[in-house]
Design a protein around this ligand. Structure first.
Ligand code: C2E
Ligand code: CA
Ligand code: CA
Length: 757
């Protein structure tokens, strides 16, 4: 008896504990569980009374209370199972409640009808008066009813078991088991008519089990499965460790990534501990590390993310490690970085990256001597046009290969664009002879034939490091500029002289317009005479009366102006000046003199030469014969047909066209065949003193002879001595220009000299 009561007390305390705990659960079903636990106490209390009371009346009442109590417990169980199994409430449930209500009323009427049970006293050793229940017909009805309901409830749960995911069945099975225990105990009780109603233990244990599997139970298998599902789909390895770094879980990807047998949880622990040790870590802090590992499939880069997990008191609960294979991402990122910095065709740096790298190197090694080399392929466009782009690319790749060959650490090589390259190299690694040999041997092979490729290299010595690398590169190119038309000299060093000349070029170009306006540009004239020394006319030669430089000869500025096309402004001014002079001379009665003007090849690009001259003639009312036009053979370098036509037109309009500097170019004779000129002006180089003076004389003689045969008069310039004059007259030259007769002089001086008489 005492044993029975103490077990019951312990179980009751457990139930009370569960009731209290259920209040902190957020699960919806918690309320039904709690209700079930509460109502358990009705039959239990009734049973205790039955056990301890020796009054027959009390026993009768307690038994009624017990039977009604079991009805209430079953009602609570119905509600709980419905909610637990997530069934909709049905009509059947209400029928059950109603049945239990009627049954309870019927049981309560037992004192009146005695149709349920009666009690009879029995003798027990520790409790002399114990009343045993003596069932009447309705008691069996009641039991049958209860049995049917319990079977229904069990069926409902079994149904759930069948139709729910395998992962969840255990929580329902637990409930079925609990209910089955109760049923078995209850029936054993009823059938054996045991002295003590052990079913109370069953009921309470069942209540506790229900509480447990509903409120407290966590399906670790389920969690594990879910982990698997989630982590199976991520392409990273995931490991979970306890606070002693025992591996609790690893996802399937981990086994693949690290060749660990699935289920082998020892290896991850070993790996983690080794990693922590090898990296000087203590595992007490979270960390992220990138590690390169050798795999059979090649080097792979892993990112290891170790996270410590702490409880709310900051104590280590465990840790998890996520390992991501970043090889592909890193490779792509590296490729992107590479692409951003490199020229794809040659694999050299691009200009932006080159300047960054050059400046980095120069800052890092302030004591080493450096050079900046730049290169440019002569007539690269022509190579592309003639041999095709592939040939062009092939040459670029060849140059890049040469640069790479010499790119020891601390060197930066770049393709700046098109055919331009740049290189920062230590002075001690630069070998000019070797480079020169290479440049001289540079060939392009096509159809077993070889073509020389002329590459010019500019060298800038890095002395002042405050100069930006892009300026250094500019200066190296400036050096190339000086030799760009040279096929022999292929390497040029930048020097300050070049910088000065560049500044000079800019000054000249920039101040030309103003110089014309302010009459700093003035025409000088140099007489042209016949064999007797009689002045027939003069050549108009430009002079620049510069405010700081003094009187400048054209040699100092013509080339510069030709380069940037401004020559046309100067020439147009000079042509008009010539016309104005002629007009003045005519007005003064000197109609016998002509003036010849120079036309730069560039003029043809920019203006309609024919239109200008015809308009000038009209404007100043001149006879076109008085204006001679000096053009050089270089005019014929391009658009030959168009220019032939133009010259024809000018001649038809009455102008006399002279071929200037005849014999100084490459194809003078060839041109003479087609070029429709009135006069040949033989270049003064034939008269200069050279080792081959005799040969020059022969050539000169032949030119004059040939011209005569073509009925083209010749004028020889640069006559400085009587001897030269005699020779020239001897071979039949008719006209002369040179210091022997007169130097170019101002107009005033010219007029004073020749008009005075
Ligand atoms: P150019 O047309 O061949 O002019 C003849 C040059 O030879 C002139 O030099 C003249 O001073 C020089 N000269 C004449 N006789 C002798 C001599 O006996 N000995 C020596 N050593 N030199 C002599 P300048 O005036 O310095 O002109 C140089 C070049 O500048 C000209 O060569 C011409 O190509 C160009 N030039 C001059 N004025 C103009 C111009 O108005 N327009 C254009 N486009 N070019 C011009
Ligand atoms: Ca001339
Ligand atoms: Ca000339």
């Amino acid at each position: 008896m005492a044993f029975y009561l103490s077990i019951l007390t312990i179980l009751s305390l457990c139930v009370v504990f569960c009731i209290i705990k259920s209040y902190s659960s957020t699960k919806e079903v918690a309320q039904s569980v709690r209700l079930l636990l509460y109502v358990l106490f009705i039959p239990v209390a009734a049973n205790v009374v039955i056990a301890v009371s020796d009054s027959r009346v009390v026993n009768l009442g307690a038994n009624i209370f017990y039977l009604v109590g079991t009805n209430i417990v079953l009602c609570a169980l119905i509600r709980y199972v419905r909610e637990y199994c997530e069934y909709e409430k049905t009509f059947l449930e209400n029928v059950a409640y109603l049945t239990f209500a009627l049954d309870s009323i019927s049981v309560c009427l037992n004192p009146v009808f005695g149709h349920v049970f009666s009690v009879k006293a029995t003798d027990l050793p520790d409790n002399p008066i114990y009343y045993l229940i003596d069932s009447r017909w309705y008691h069996f009805v009641h039991l049958a009813l209860s049995f049917i309901v319990i079977v229904g409830i069990v069926a409902a749960v079994v149904w759930k078991i069948i139709y729910t995911s395998n992962l969840y069945v255990d929580r329902y099975i637990a409930v079925v088991v609990a209910l089955s225990v109760v049923v078995v105990i209850e029936f054993k009780n009823v059938l054996t008519k045991a002295t003590y109603n052990n079913s109370m233990f069953g009921i309470m244990i069942c209540g506790l089990m229900i509480y447990f599997c509903t409120i407290e139970y966590h399906n670790f298998f389920l969690t594990h499965k879910m982990f698997d599902k989630v982590f199976q789909n991520i392409s990273s390895a995931a490991f979970f460790f306890d606070n002693k770094f025992n591996c609790l879980y690893m996802n399937p990807y981990s086994s693949k990534m690290f060749d660990i047998e699935p289920g082998d949880l020892e290896t991850p622990k070993r790996y983690l501990l080794d990693f922590i040790k090898d990296n000087g870590l203590d595992g007490q802090e979270s960390f992220v590390r990138t590690k390169k590992l050798d795999k059979i499939s090649g080097d792979r880069i892993f990112q290891i993310d170790f996270k410590r997990l702490e409880d709310k008191h900051g104590k280590l609960m465990g840790a998890y490690v996520i390992v991501q294979d970043r090889t592909d991402k890193e490779k792509k990122a590296a490729l992107d970085r590479y692409r951003a910095d490199h020229d794809m065709m040659t694999d050299l740096l691009n200009p932006r990256a080159f300047h960054v790298e050059a400046e980095r190197i120069l800052n890092e090694y302030p004591d080493d001597e450096y050079l900046i080399l730049t290169s440019n392929i002569k007539e690269f466009k022509l190579i592309n046009d003639v041999f095709g782009r592939e040939a062009g690319d092939g040459i670029l790749i060849k140059i890049a290969a040469l640069m790479k060959k010499h790119a020891v650490p601390g060197t930066a090589c770049a393709r700046l664009g098109a055919d331009k390259f740049a290189m920062l190299i230590q002075k001690k690694n630069y070998n000019e002879n070797e480079l020169s040999d290479y440049l001289n041997q540079m060939r392009w092979f096509e159809d077993k034939r070889e073509f020389p490729v002329c590459i010019h290299v500019g060298v800038y010595e890095v002395i002042d490091r405050s100069v930006s690398s892009s300026l250094m590169v500019d200066r190296a190119f400036m050096a190339i500029n000086r030799i760009k038309n040279d096929n022999v000299t292929k390497i040029a060093w930048y020097n300050d002289e070049m910088r000065r000349s560049l500044i000079w070029e800019q000054t000249i170009s920039g101040s030309l317009d103003e110089a014309i306006e302010t009459r700093q540009i003035v025409p000088f004239v140099q007489a042209q005479v016949d064999a007797t020394g009689k002045v027939e006319g003069a050549e108009v030669l430009v002079r620049w009366q510069h405010p700081t430089e003094g009187l400048m000869a054209p040699g100092r500025f013509i080339d510069i102006l030709e380069k940037d096309g401004r020559i046309v402004n100067l020439d147009m001014f000079m042509w008009e000046e010539a016309c104005r002079i002629l007009r003045r001379w005519i007005d003064a009665g000197r109609t016998d003199l002509y003036l010849s003007v120079n036309i730069s090849p560039k003029d043809f690009y920019f203006v309609d030469v024919y239109k200008i001259f015809t308009e000038l003639i009209k404007k100043y009312e001149l006879d076109p014969k008085m204006l001679r036009l000096e053009i050089t053979e270089s005019v014929m370098m391009s658009d030959v047909d168009m220019k032939m036509k133009l010259i024809d037109n000018l001649r038809e309009a009455g102008f006399i066209v002279e071929m200037d500097d005849f014999g100084s170019g490459y194809s003078s004779l060839n041109l003479l065949k087609d070029m429709p000129v009135d006069i040949l002006k033989i270049d003064m180089q034939f008269l200069r003193k050279t080792r081959n003076a005799e040969r020059a004389k022969i050539i000169l003689q032949q030119i004059v002879c040939m011209a005569h045969k073509l009925i083209i008069p010749v004028i020889t310039e640069g006559v400085e001595t009587e001897e030269q004059l005699n020779f020239l007259t001897g071979i039949g030259c008719e006209m002369f220009q040179g210091y022997y007769f007169a130097k170019p002089v101002s107009l005033e001086e010219f007029e004073n000299r020749y008009f005075a008489a």
